[in-house]
Write a protein that binds this ligand. Structure first.
Ligand code: MRU
Length: 353
């Protein structure tokens, strides 16, 4: 099965998504700073995947501590800062770091000490690694659960429009929106996918198309601006995307271009679903307007695969995500089931039961 990342000999091996689909190349991240750089440069990307990478980065940070007069607590805070200051939109990053910090607190109680000694450090690191590995296993289990819940929504033959990459590459394994597609295929449904290319970083063209073709799932690539015409022609049964953060009122942050698809879907009476594990739901963020939207370098638009495609000095606005108001979302597919519509009350109930 496709491995987005794995632990090997004290390092995190990361499938370099910037090189796909041309090269399947794993990067060896041997320290926390390299993991942070991989997240920032999108060598690893997708909300659950960056959360997992950050968890392993936390382990690498703890392993690199060299006592000698430095303060453990301050040091681990700086590890969390390094990892947390990479990409601000996906809540999974902060969720994963919080889970690792909670495990560390529990270790203090288990060891009866609030910092490791040279003798106990290996034990601390092993326990933190076990937590990160468990998080990866939970991620795959949850994706399979949400996949099955979402598959039940699909007709026997369905054509799905998706955006960006919410597949195995964006998670530890299996995927969220593409997890639904996988589960539907496994259940014997005839599912076909149209993938928006997803400018400017082309996650749809480079990653979704590559990932689905590897498994012989029928996929057709379209430019982002073609979606409306396909809907008008009756070619789309359902829009299915992932999410980087779901606010308490059901507003959803996802890859730039998602909002346009949601409005278009409503105009054409096509269901619009987001698929995400509950670790993507952030009840502390009231509404979409409170979600920090990452802005990335303008060169992502000025160049295409290193080739200039715009005047070099042209001003660029490059928000990496947008916010889809809850009113456009037919339902949210999670590992705990589907909530339709994703109202504030339904989200609260989902997260507290
Ligand atoms: O900038 P990216 O590629 O990290 O953006 C990814 C997305 O927007 C995905 O749709 C989202 O993270 C969900 S992935 C299961």
């Amino acid at each position: 099965m496709l491995k987005t990342m794995y632990w090997q000999d004290g390092s995190l091996m990361i499938l370099d998504q910037t090189a796909l689909p041309l090269r399947e190349n794993y990067i060896r991240a041997a320290d926390c700073a390299r993991v942070a750089a991989a997240i920032k440069t999108m060598e690893v990307r997708g909300a659950p995947a960056i959360g997992l990478a950050a968890a392993y980065g936390f382990v690498l940070g703890a392993a690199a501590f060299r006592g000698a007069g430095s303060d453990w607590d301050e040091y681990m805070k700086s590890v969390v800062r390094t990892l947390g200051e990479t990409r601000p939109t996906a809540i999974n990053l902060y969720w994963a770091l919080r889970r690792m910090e909670n495990r560390l607190q529990a270790l203090y109680a288990e060891y009866g000490a609030t910092e490791p000694t040279p003798e106990t450090q290996a034990g601390f690191v092993a326990a933190l690694l076990a937590e990160a590995e468990e998080m990866a296993a939970d991620d795959e289990r949850d994706n399979r659960l949400l996949g099955a819940a979402g598959a039940a929504l699909l007709p026997a033959a369905a054509t799905v429009l998706t955006h960006c990459n919410a597949g195995a590459l964006a998670t530890g394994a299996y995927g969220t929106a593409l997890g639904v597609v996988r589960a539907a295929r496994e259940a014997g449904r005839d599912v076909r996918v149209y993938a928006c290319e997803t400018r400017p970083c082309l996650q749809g063209a480079r990653l979704t198309a590559w990932e689905l073709r590897r498994e012989n799932i029928p996929v057709t690539l379209i430019a982002d601006g073609m979606a409306a015409y396909l809907m008008q022609q009756g070619k789309i049964d359902l829009v299915l995307v992932g999410a980087d953060r779901v606010a308490a009122n059901g507003d959803i942050a996802n890859k730039i271009g998602t909002y346009a698809l949601a409005v278009l879907a409503q105009a054409h009476a096509i269901p619009f679903y987001a698929a995400a594990p509950t670790s993507t739901i952030d009840l502390r963020t009231g509404s979409g307007g409170d979600i920090p939207v990452e802005e990335r370098d303008g060169d992502e638009l000025r160049f295409l695969a290193g080739v200039p495609v715009a005047p070099p000095e042209v001003a660029v606005y490059n928000p990496s995500f947008d916010i889809t108001p809850a009113k456009y979302v037919t339902g949210l597919i999670t590992e705990k089931g589907v909530i339709s519509p994703p109202s504030a009350a339904a989200l609260l109930k989902l997260m507290t039961t």
